[in-house]
Write a protein that binds this ligand. Structure first.
Ligand code: CA
Length: 234
């Protein structure tokens, strides 16, 4: 079974490193944190990450020095690296990319921007690391490992609910009629009543727990899965 993509976060500001790690964990990644270059090198020696998020300004060796170091080693030269910096000057960007970074994020950045860049770099450099995963907000479905997680916590779904969720997530924000869902999930050669869909939607919502509110009933039309429909518990 494929594991969650490992991301090494190299960042000396503990609060930022922790925030990044929490957000990664909630979104289907396995983060580890290193606060300086020496710790980062030890981490990489112990286990190769799928991607490194590398802060530019570090005590001791700078981010660019580390990136160059890893690019020169046969074992580590293929690891995707995204540099993080507080500076947005064009010269810095060029220097970062010259040092071997695949991409560049400027502080302050949103979680969504960070995740989008990580996924884009992984899709390009290590597609096997992200495989068949679909993300809607903090809900992640991985068809390769047959796993559904919400905020990093694994959820148990039955096989039909899994297929239903996969379809709704791949076509998020769109409204699907019951007839359409029957056709897509059960196949048009099977004669099942439309209320069967309601039964499985109910089971799916229960399986999703807190994330169940992401599946909206659209009166007279059908169902929709929406990241913005998530209701936070009061
Ligand atoms: Ca720093």
């Amino acid at each position: 079974m494929r594991k969650l993509p490992r991301v090494l976060v190299v960042e000396d500001e503990a609060s930022i490193a922790e925030l990044i790690a929490v957000n990664l964990r909630h979104n289907g990644f396995a983060p580890t944190v290193a606060f300086d270059g020496a710790a980062a090198k030890r981490e990489v020696e112990a286990v190769l990450p799928d991607l490194i998020l590398l802060d530019w300004m570090l005590p001791g060796e700078s981010g660019t020095t580390l990136a160059r170091h890893w690019r020169q080693q046969g074992r580590t030269k293929g690891i995707p690296i995204i540099m993080i910096t507080a500076r947005s000057e064009e010269g810095d960007k060029v220097q970062g990319l010259d040092a071997g970074a695949d991409d560049y994020i400027t502080k302050p950045f949103s979680t969504q921007e960070m995740l989008a860049r990580i996924r884009a770099v992984l899709r390009r450099r290590a597609p096997e690391a992200i495989g068949d995963s679909v993300h809607v907000g903090e809900l992640v479905l991985d068809a390769g490992t047959y796993r559904v997680t919400f905020r990093g916590k694994e959820l148990k779904t039955g096989p039909t609910e899994f297929k239903l969720l996969q379809y709704l997530m791949r076509h998020a924000e769109r409204v699907h009629s019951r007839a359409m869902l029957l056709d897509k999930i059960w196949g048009d050669h099977v004669f099942i009543e439309e209320r069967t869909v309601d039964v499985h939607i109910k089971r799916l919502r229960e399986a999703l727990g807190e994330a169940g509110s992401m599946i909206e009933t659209v009166r007279g039309a059908g169902y929709r899965l929406s990241g913005s429909a998530l209701q936070e518990p009061k």
